[in-house]
Write a new protein. Structure first.
Length: 50
């Protein structure tokens, strides 16, 4: 198992044709804009403003 996880990936192994869909990018951007993190007394609250 150690050999499997410690293997360094080569540039040749990476598929350069992996491009996310426009819908995926839009979803992630919309989600990140709607997410609000509030710090209050050493606690973090996450609110999704949708």
């Amino acid at each position: 198992m150690q050999k499997f996880y410690s293997k360094i990936s080569r540039v040749d192994d990476v598929n350069k044709n992996l491009v996310p869909k426009e819908e995926t990018i839009k979803f992630l951007l919309d989600y990140s804009m709607a997410l609000s993190v509030i710090d209050y007394q050493n606690k973090k609250f996450e609110a999704l403003l949708n």
